[in-house]
Design a protein around this ligand. Structure first.
Ligand code: AMP
Ligand code: GLY
Length: 440
């Protein structure tokens, strides 16, 4: 009988997860809660409140779900995986203890310090008075972060004192981020290209997926405010020694530290790095797949994604990895689990957003989707909905992602942009420099 999988979430990342599961030769039955119009074509969308863990458990019992993959951070941080484990379900996604790496930035700094992993120097504050006093002693730019999870809006890279003061007051005095901003980190600003590493791990064994780069700013040339991500590409090509360095100086010590602290971890640990002149340093952890990185990393898998997730969830990732053949050629052979991915192809996703994003934007505009899709091009839904008359309409800031793949980055970009040019809705905006070197 085919496996039954429940994917939790409703964004572009979850559509990409569902799409990759649907490619499995095992032909799983896929459910997605709550899903979006894109997932509805490949899975059964289920109207569940993903923060109501009892309702999720009930659904899994009624439908005899074999595997639950949790996409977003909020249910992970709230302990949905723990609740599902207690009811004996297999879960891809860490429990609350592991998810704290994303949910509490001060905790993640402590873990990094005990593991001896390079990261920016910082100080933590709960009072604006103390924070502002400390601000006088630091050099600019300075990075200020809400310690809790703030929907990707809790970080400000401040180039002058005014910006820093404003953000400190927004967090600690005006409580704009609620409890997530009641404690802040004031961090040294690092410089260099960024890199996202997705580690699939069952706590013992691990597999590194291809490195990717997300483009966070709204404007071309890396300008304007931060967004949830305006596009991404993978693999990012690195010098051979960099793979070894990332693995030995960052990944191995972090996973060892989690084991030392008895923190079980089955799922993806996302490590955000900055490649500084003095080597890679950790900017952040996420306890889940990145969005939009997932849209470009998963299509480069050449192994069965469902099986990888299932074996991770049951703690048998090591057995799964043994079955993986060695890699094509260019690959850094010492990158653990390198053979799980294809390194010869490239993938690019360009996000189509609503004008006004990341500020105010209009919802409900009809979308004209491209007709010519194929194995090298497809559209990932993020903020879309179906209107009462059955039309697909905009329903978010980041509306969709056009994905292109090819044997070179140029080809993959051409395919993705070509697809986006055939996509229409009023107010569609996108960056034209996704995948260009330096365009982070
Ligand atoms: P985070 O959510 O911690 O990844 O922060 C979001 C973004 O802020 C990162 O992707 C970086 O672009 C930037 N950032 C975070 N920490 C630093 C830092 N210490 N130095 C420079 N930029 C940073
Ligand atoms: N792309 C950054 C994130 O998923 O948090």
């Amino acid at each position: 009988m085919s496996r039954k999988v429940l994917v939790i979430g409703s964004g572009g990342r979850e559509h990409a997860i569902v799409r990759q599961l649907a490619l499995s030769e095992q032909e799983p039955s896929i459910f997605c809660a709550p899903g979006n119009p894109g997932t509805s074509k490949l899975a059964t969308n289920v109207d569940l409140d993903i923060m109501a863990s009892e309702a999720v458990v009930e659904f899994c019992k009624t439908n005899q779900i074999d595997l639950v993959i949790i996409g977003p951070e909020d249910p992970l941080i709230a302990g949905l995986a723990d609740r599902l484990h207690k009811a004996d379900f297999n879960v891809f996604g860490p429990g609350a203890m592991g998810a704290r790496l994303e949910g509490d930035k001060e905790f993640s700094k402590e873990v990094l310090a005990s593991a001896g992993v390079p990261t920016a120097r910082y100080q933590a504050f709960s009072s604006s008075h103390a924070a502002l006093k400390h601000l006088d002693t630091v050099s600019l730019p300075v990075v200020i972060k809400a310690c809790g999870a703030a929907q990707g809006k809790g970080v400000a890279v401040c180039s002058n004192r005014n910006e820093a003061e404003e953000f400190i007051r927004a967090c600690l005095d005006d409580q704009q981020f609620g409890v997530a901003g009641l404690r802040i980190l004031m961090e040294e600003c690092l410089f260099g290209p960024e890199l996202s590493i997705l580690i699939v791990t069952d706590g013992q064994d691990y597999c590194l997926l291809v490195p990717s780069r997300d483009h966070k700013r709204i404007g071309e040339g890396n300008t304007g405010p931060n967004t949830g991500g305006m596009g991404a590409f993978a693999p990012v090509k690195l010098a051979p020694s960099m793979y070894t360095e990332i693995d030995s100086r960052i990944v191995l010590p972090v996973l060892a530290e989690l084991r030392r602290r008895d923190i079980p971890y089955r799922g993806v640990l996302y490590v955000g790095l900055m490649l500084t002149e003095s080597g890679p340093q950790v900017l952040e952890f996420n306890c889940r797949f990145g969005d939009p990185e997932t849209q470009v990393v998963l299509p480069l898998l050449r192994t069965d994604f469902l099986e990888m997730c299932y074996q991770t969830a049951i703690g048998k990732l090591g057995d799964f990895l043994q079955g993986i053949h060695e890699v094509e050629d260019v690959v850094p052979l010492d990158w653990p689990g390198a053979g799980a991915s294809s390194w010869m192809r490239q993938a690019v996703v360009v996000v189509g957003a609503s004008d006004g994003y990341p500020g105010q934007y209009i919802k409900g505009r009809p979308i004209d989707l491209p007709k010519e899709l194929g194995d090298d091009r497809w559209v990932i839904h993020a903020g879309t909905a179906v209107s009462e008359d059955g039309a697909v309409v905009t329903n978010g800031g980041r509306v969709l992602g056009a994905v292109g793949t090819g044997m070179t980055l140029e080809l993959a970009k051409d395919v993705a942009y070509n697809l986006l040019e055939k996509t229409h809705f009023e107010g569609l905006i996108y960056r034209r420099d996704i995948g260009e070197s330096g365009g982070m």
